[in-house]
Design a protein around this ligand. Sequence first.
Ligand code: NAP
Length: 278
Amino acid sequence: MTEAKIPLAGVIGSPIAHSRSPALHQHWLRTLGLRGFYIPMDVAQSNLAEVIRALPKMGFVGCNVTIPHKEAVLELADLVTDRAALIGAANTLIFRADGKIHADNTDGYGFIQNLRQSAPGWDAKSGPAAVFGAGGAARAVITSLIDAGVPEIRLTNRTRARSEALRAEFGGKIVVYDWVKAGNALDEAQTVVNASSLGMQGKPDFRVPLDGLSSTAVVSDLVYTPLDTTFLQRAREFGCVTVDGLGMLIYQAAPAFERWFGMRPEVDARTREVVLGG
Ligand code: NAP
């Protein structure tokens, strides 16, 4: 009788020591009583292809991919999902039994799932969305908001050319607003998202004027260090329901865990504590 192999997964990035993904996946493995390991792997760009090709031979069933490799892995995959192709980056690889490498992006799913769970009354179709930022995270947010059926996305970014490029790529629902008049994008917006890195520890605060913010808007910040950003605190003063970025981080991990280890993990208060280091 041959003994079943222990499934391995992990996260590839550089640097990677700060990542909370190992704590999260190990917590799910433990609570579900599953065999398996999830480890951080600091891999340089020059070694990426070699490492990814070696992993399946070592018992890996897949891995997460983070900065700076999210775009480069698309080239190494045999199959790329539509949403990963649209976003232009992958955060999840699945090593299939037939030897093929499958690349997916679950960031947009994580973003929407977090909104739905944290703000149950949220309705994508209830009004325009205002999105601040036009980097990798904004691409995932925009793709998922369009999918969810928002009627319009007001996009504003410090470097206007990046917003214009996203409008050219994603089409007519995107209306570009100038960064110096970012507050105007809030007028009647029902979904408001900070997808820029402003407000993150070590970065300047995100100080968009909120005078035009509607009290019925759901306001979300992708930044999760700190967890309760000044932006979210100010939005609550306007009566808005706010959603922090930690949930997105957790929800994007759930579908990958299920694909690799065969069971859907539960997202609960303890999961958040574990990711926060508790
Ligand atoms: P990115 O590709 O580097 O983009 C950074 C964005 O922030 C760009 O739009 C950039 O504008 C803007 N920005 C940076 N510094 C700025 C400044 N001083 N003033 C105005 N705008 C500034 O990063 P990303 O991957 O999209 O990540 C964005 C944020 O989302 C980060 O805080 C990241 O931690 C967070 N995130 C969270 C999750 C989650 O699961 N919660 C997932 C992914 C990302 P320019 O184009 O003008 O440079």
